[in-house]
Structures are given as structure tokens and as C-alpha cells.
Design a protein around this ligand. Structure first.
Ligand code: NAI
Length: 709
């Protein structure tokens, strides 16, 4: 079985994990901390060892192993790079989301590398760290892929500037595994011997934690939150109880190289270590700034010379973004030659406040204008992270009086305008694998407003643009959302109540827009009303509906009239993430057979019910050339034995035991149900001993492909 190259670029997660001080202390004890470093082990003034960040996302790493389709019996943790963005709080929930970014081929018999990257956010909204994982897949080389970059690394030709001696306890892995990695190899002497070791070995990530403590102790003692990067290559295994020497070379202020050795044999167990940290002054500055920031990012705001756009641009710049202030400077109805002064004035305002901005006077209404705006960002700042499509005009008339020129002018600025700028912006964001895009709709489009057919149509058209762009942007980490603002500006000066003007300032809309533009924003494809500090979500929902008429008979209009109450009802309405999903209820309504076989039909899901449902879950199109027998021995009260035979693209389930199955799977009944319902991760079940596989291990990986429950 080969690596699944299609897994490159596919999203993994979100994986959520709740933690508190006890998890941090357990981890600290697991990596050898104690009374000498009480700050890691006592809940008062508790500090977090930064390497906790990898232990806390272990499930994500397990998912990478599974999605890549690598031969599980040949996987080793090769390298780990962690970039820290913010200090890790002492409790909360973390959410990790990422993807496999590459698979490299070292050649036949030499293995392959699977590289994955994941960002982790805290429930307080801050981005905590980015993990870059490299799995060395010993048995998967030779698929004809790119060998990948070779990175040079040399330690200085001098004795280390610091050396730290530590000794793990001979029971260390038993303590460390309680932080999540419960692979038998680190606990079960029999399993360890069967795997070719004398006894259970240290977890590589446990030794990693020892090294992390050592570098902090010598380079920025007592201030683990100053660490900005910790990178290692795992090179050899180690038995518990053997002393570890961490050697550190300080290269410059803020950067050092290190490695960890088996102090008895001199073998390097952790190699090519890089640690980076921020100065105490930078740390202070970061504390002072806090909150949602856009440092290092570049934003385009269209129509930013006045009204809402001006406030978005000022706020983004105040929080560290470099901003392209686009405005044509035309009249409210878009007429006139335009003027550079609205954009220039806002640029001056930003600069006067200490920010960075450039003006652009292109019209969003043409494709050249859209390209010109994106080019301005690239020429001035070299990148693009955020685009707020905000420019707007009005040409109100009732439908009968709406001449084509007024229809077209409004369409050109609002709907085509967003397309004109978003398209070239998307190209840059895709290259960068990051982007936040805002579209601006209106209550006139969402709900209708007298005299605004052109404007309403354009504003609703933007929702269609978002619905599809969200799908196309998903795997590139581009999130796109839509705002329907309410604010007193030139566009609304004659329609909004004057007594509410203070509360109707654009400043009351901007916070939501800034949040949606930030790294913290986890959503894509949503619509929000925003005004006066009041925010709510608008959604397109679909009612459950009903089938009218008898099977295979065209229903009559009279039958539709009779069924209208059910057709119209949006009680129990659902939201769908895409058009295919919305098609689901229609298919379900006409496939009672599939429903009958659902293992959940009788309420609680049972092991027997799962096996009854297997023929329906079978994906015949994925089974070409597959000839296997899977034996399932499920222990516990609800268990039993079944075997599944797959041959000639057919699937047959039989009760009992097969004489010579290709692969035998042994699990407890509850674990099996949890595995099938996605509550238990296959990799962690396997590494944790809940899932035992005998016979052809590689063939077991077909199961995920062949059955969709
Ligand atoms: P505004 O008139 O104060 O600002 C719009 C800006 O867009 C102006 O500075 C204008 O020069 C610029 N602009 C117009 N056509 C352009 C083009 N072709 N290229 C580049 N720039 C152009 O209006 P406001 O209220 O700030 O509107 C911003 C957005 O919010 C618009 O899309 C509008 O439709 C939308 N909106 C506003 C509401 C409100 O209550 N203010 C309500 C619903 C939607």
C-alpha cells in the first residue's frame, strides 16, 4: 500500500483539547521536572514548559499518520519544529487545525517523509503555536516523488557553551505516557521485546521535554514564555534511567543550537536542535500590546477614503497592519472623475498615528483596477493577508424606472467590484497559504428594500460569491465572511434616525470586521449583521420538506397545494455547508433501503448493528482488485465474531471465525463502537493498545477506505 498523495493539502482537525494546571504539572513531572523547578510543578505561579505544546496535540499527529496512509509499522517521529506565537495559558481549551503539506521520497528502501503543519489556538482567541511535524515512514519510500530539500546543519567547532546533566527515572515513561502517548512500546516489556528492544524505551518526546527544560535553564532561566522556536531531529532511542547530557551553543542573542546525548554511550539522541527566544524588552512590548494584532500583515481596504472603510483602515493600522487605502473618490452615485484626496487623507491620518499605509485610487469596477489594487499591496509591502471589499455607491430607483445604466453601475461596483479585487487577491493568498476576506452585503439584499433592486441584487450576489469562494479557499487557509453593516455615513445620511447618530458611528461595526480579519477567526462562509455594537448571524436554512405524490408518479399541482404546509415549514430547518450536502435530504427521502440498514435505527448503536450495516457502508468503487478477509473479534457483552470477505468488488459479512483471515482485528465492544462513530481515533487506539491487529497490518489500512459509515 502506498502513501496517499491526495492527502496533501487536505484539512485535518479541528482537534480540541481541554487542559488545566494538573495536565501541565503531570507533563512537567513526565519530562523530569521536580522541586528544583517548582515553577513547572506547583499550581501557584505556575509556568508552562513550552514543549507541552507537542504533547497537547498528540491526537493531531496520530491523525496525520492515518491520513497519509503510511505503513504504521514503519513510522518514526523524525523532526519537530514548534513556533511559539503567544505564551501558553495555564488552563483552557485548545483547538488544533492543520494539514499535510508535503510527502518526500527518499528512494526505494530509504523511506519517505510526511510533513504536516498545524496551528493551535487557545479558547481566549490567541494563536499559541504552530507545530511542523515530520514523520519518517521507513517502509514507504520509492514512490517516485521529490526527495525534498536538504538542509545543512553544523554545530560550531568548539566545546559547548553550556552542558546540562539530567537523569530520567527508570520509570519515567510510565509517568510521561499519562500525558497522552500511551503506545505499548513505552510500558509493556513483552511488546518492547517483540519490537526488538531489551525493555520499554523512553518516548522521544519525553527526552525532547528534558532538552527543552535544559535550554531554558541556561539561556532564559525562569522565563519559558520567551521561547519563540524549538526545533529538533530525533536520532536514536534511549532507555529510561540513562543520564542525558544536553549540549548548548549560544550563537547570538536570541538563538542557540543544541543536542542531547546518551551520557553513557555518547550517542546523540536528539540532534540539530535550534532554540530561539525573544529579548526581555520584546516580551514587555508584547505584554503591552496584547489582544488581536496584525503585526507583519498587509491589508487592502477598498473604498477606505470615507465612512466604514476609513475606520477599518485606521483600526487595522493601529493594530499593526500595513494598509492599502483604496478609494476612487467619486460621488455617492459613483459619478464624476474621482479624486485622490479621500485616500490620501486617510493615509496621512494613519501615518500621523505611527502606522504604515499607501494610497491607491483605482476603481474596483474594472478588472484592471482590481489587479492594480493588489499590485499596489505587493509593490509596497510584498505580501497580502487581508482584503476588505467595502467600496460602494447607490443609485436608487423603483424597478420600473431602473434604467440599465443604473443597474449596471451598481452591479459593477458592488458585485463585479468584489470579484475584480478578490480574484487577484486570492492568487496571492493561496501562494501564502493564508488569507482573510470580507465582503460587504446589506439588509437591503438580505431582506429587501423599496427602490433598491439593483443594490439588493448585487448585495445578494456577493453571498453566492462567498458560498463558493469559502469552499475553494478552505484548503488554502483562506477564510471569507460577509458583513451587513448599519452605520451613519454618506450613503445613509438621509435615512438613518439623527438621534442615534452617535451610536451609529462606523466604529461600532469595525470590531466584528477586525475579528473576522484576524488569525483568531475560525469561521468561513458566515454572514453577520453589525451595527451600534449589536451583532447577529444571518443564515440560509432549508426546511425538512416532504415528498408529494406516490413513488415514480409525477405529482399534481393539487397535491402540491395540499402538501404546502409541510413544504413551506422551516421548523427543524438545517444549514448546509455546500450544494452536495443540501442534496442529501432529497436522496435520503428516496432511499429507504439504506435507512433500514442503519446500525443506529434501533436507537443505541450496537456492534451487531454495525456489522448489519457494513454492506451499505461498503464503497464498491474503492475495492477494485482487493481480495481480503477481515476477521473482527469484538470482546465484551455486546461483542462477538464476524468476518468480512471482499472479493471482485463484493462485500459479504458472516458471523463466526474465518480459518485464515488476511487481517484480524481485536477490540472491546465500546471501543469498537467509538471507533466507528469517530469518537476514538484509530491511531491512538492502536498505539494505546485498544486496537490489536494481527496478520497483514498494511491491509488493515484499507478498512478506512472501503467503508464509509
Ligand atoms: P461611503 O460612501 O461613506 O463609503 C464608500 C466609499 O467607497 C466612498 O469613499 C467611495 O468613494 C468609495 N467608492 C465608491 N465607488 C468606488 C470604486 N468604484 N472604487 C473604489 N472606491 C469606490 O459609504 P459606507 O456606508 O461607508 O459604505 C461602505 C460599504 O458598506 C458599502 O459597500 C455599502 O454598500 C455598505 N453598506 C453600508 C451601510 C450603512 O449603513 N452605511 C448599510 C449596508 C451596507
Amino acid at each position: 500500500m502506498a502513501l496517499n498523495l491526495d492527502a496533501i493539502g487536505k484539512k485535518i482537525g479541528p482537534v480540541n483539547k481541554e487542559y488545566n494546571w494538573k495536565d501541565l504539572v503531570l507533563y512537567a513531572l513526565g519530562v523530569g521536572a521536580g522541586f528544583d523547578e517548582l515553577e513547572y510543578c506547583y499550581e501557584h505561579n505556575l509556568k508552562v514548559i513550552p514543549s507541552f505544546s507537542i504533547a497537547s496535540v498528540f491526537e493531531f499527529l496520530a491523525e496525520v499518520g492515518i491520513s497519509s496512509n503510511a505503513d504504521l509499522s514503519g513510522i518514526l517521529h523524525g523532526e519537530q519544529d514548534i513556533i511559539f506565537h503567544n505564551p501558553i495559558p495555564t488552563e483552557g481549551t485548545i483547538t488544533t487545525e492543520g494539514l499535510i503539506t508535503n510527502m518526500y521520497d527518499k528512494g526505494p528502501g530509504k523511506g519517505a517523509l510526511v510533513v504536516a503543519e498545524a496551528d493551535t489556538y487557545h479558547s481566549n482567541g490567541s494563536k499559541l503555536f504552530t507545530n511542523i511535524f515530520t514523520l519518517f515512514c521507513r517502509k514507504d519510500g520509492g514512490f517516485g516523488g521529490d526527495p525534498g530539500p536538504s538542509v545543512g546543519f553544523e554545530f560550531p567547532d568548539r566545546t559547548p557553551d553550556f552542558e546540562e546533566q539530567a537523569r530520567s527515572s527508570s520509570d519515567q515513561p510510565l509517568l510521561y505516557r499519562l500525558s497522552g502517548d500511551i503506545f505499548q512500546l513505552h510500558a509493556d516489556p513483552e511488546f518492547a521485546r517483540a519490537s526488538g528492544f531489551e525493555k520499554p524505551i523512553m518516548h522521544g518526546l519525553c527526552t525532547h521535554g528534558f532538552a527543552c527544560r535544559a535550554v531554558i535553564k541556561h539561556l532564559f532561566p525562569g522565563e519559558p514564555e520567551r521561547m519563540t522556536r524549538f526545533r529538533v531531529r530525533f536520532s536514536k532511542t534511549l532507555y529510561p534511567g540513562i543520564p542525558i547530557t544536553t549540549q548548548i551553543w549560544k550563537m547570538e542573542e536570541g538563538r542557540a543550537l543544541f543536542r542531547a546525548l546518551n551520557a553513557e554511550s555518547g550517542e546523540v539522541v536528539i540532534d540539530q536542535g535550534i532554540v530561539e527566544w525573544m529579548s526581555a524588552e520584546e516580551m514587555e512590548m508584547r505584554k503591552g500590546r496584547g489582544g488581536i494584532r496584525f503585526d507583519g500583515q498587509v491589508a487592502i481596504v477598498t473604498g477606505a477614503g470615507a465612512g466604514l472603510g476609513r475606520v477599518y483602515a485606521l483600526e487595522l493600522a493601529r493594530r499593526g497592519a500595513r494598509v492599502v487605502v483604496n478609494d476612487l473618490g467619486g460621488a455617492r452615485d459613483g459619478s464624476g472623475k474621482g479624486s485622490s484626496s479621500p485616500a490620501d487623507d486617510v493615509v496621512e491620518e494613519i501615518k500621523a498615528a505611527g502606522g504604515e499605509a499607501v494610497a491607491n485610487y483605482d476603481s474596483v469596477a474594472t478588472a484592471e483596477g482590481g489587479q492594480g489594487i493588489v499590485d499596489t499591496a505587493m509593490d509596497a509591502f510584498g505580501r497580502l493577508d487581508i482584503l476588505i471589499n467595502n467600496a460602494g455607491i447607490l443609485r436608487d430607483k423603483t424597478l420600473v424606472k431602473m434604467e440599465p445604466e443604473n443597474w449596471d453601475a451598481v452591479m459593477d461596483v458592488h458585485l463585479k467590484g468584489a470579484y475584480n479585487v478578490t480574484r487577484p487577491a486570492f492568487v496571492k493568498m493561496r501562494e501564502n497559504r493564508y488569507g482573510r476576506i470580507i465582503l460587504t452585503t446589506s439588509s437591503a439584499g438580505l431582506y429587501g428594500n423599496f427602490g433598491q433592486t439593483n443594490y439588493s441584487s448585487a448585495k445578494m450576489g456577493l453571498i453566492g460569491l462567498m458560498n463558493t469562494a469559502k469552499i475553494e479557499g478552505d484548503k488554502h487557509n483562506i477564510k471569507i465572511n460577509t458583513v451587513a453593516p448599519v452605520a451613519a455615513t454618506r450613503l445613509t445620511e438621509d435615512i438613518l434616525p439623527p438621534d442615534l447618530l452617535e451610536k451609529l458611528k462606523p466604529e461600532f461595526v469595525a470590531p466584528l470586521v477586525l475579528y473576522l480579519c484576524s488569525e483568531r477567526c475560525p469561521v468561513s462562509g458566515a454572514i453577520y449583521n453589525a451595527g451600534m455594537g449589536y451583532f447577529n448571524r444571518v443564515a440560509i436554512v432549508t426546511g425538512p420538506g416532504t415528498v408529494v405524490g406516490k413513488e415514480n408518479e409525477v405529482p399534481s399541482p393539487e397535491a402540491v397545494a395540499t402538501g404546502m404546509a409541510k413544504i413551506r415549514s422551516i421548523k427543524d430547518a438545517e444549514e448546509f455547508p455546500n450544494a452536495t450536502a443540501a442534496f442529501g435530504p432529497l436522496l435520503d427521502a428516496f432511499s429507504p433501503k439504506k435507512k433500514e440498514a442503519s446500525p443506529q435505527e434501533s436507537g443505541r448503536l450496537t456492534v451487531a448493528g454495525i456489522f448489519e450495516g457494513i454492506p451499505n457502508a461498503f464503497q464498491a468503487d474503492k475495492a477494485a482488485g482487493v481480495n481480503v478477509v477481515f476477521q473482527f473479534d469484538i470482546s465484551g457483552g455486546g461483542g462477538g465474531s464476524w468476518y468480512v470477505t471482499i472479493k471482485d468488488s463484493n462485500c459479504e459479512v458472516s458471523e463466526g471465525s474465518h480459518g485464515s483471515p488476511t487481517t484480524a482485528i481485536k477490540m472491546g465492544d465500546e471501543d469498537f463502537v467509538n471507533l466507528i462513530t469517530g469518537k476514538l481515533n484509530a491511531m491512538s487506539a492502536f498505539t494505546g493498545g485498544k486496537l490489536k491487529i494481527e496478520g497483514d497490518l498494511m491491509k488493515s489500512q484499507l478498512i478506512e477506505k472501503l467503508f464509509k459509515f
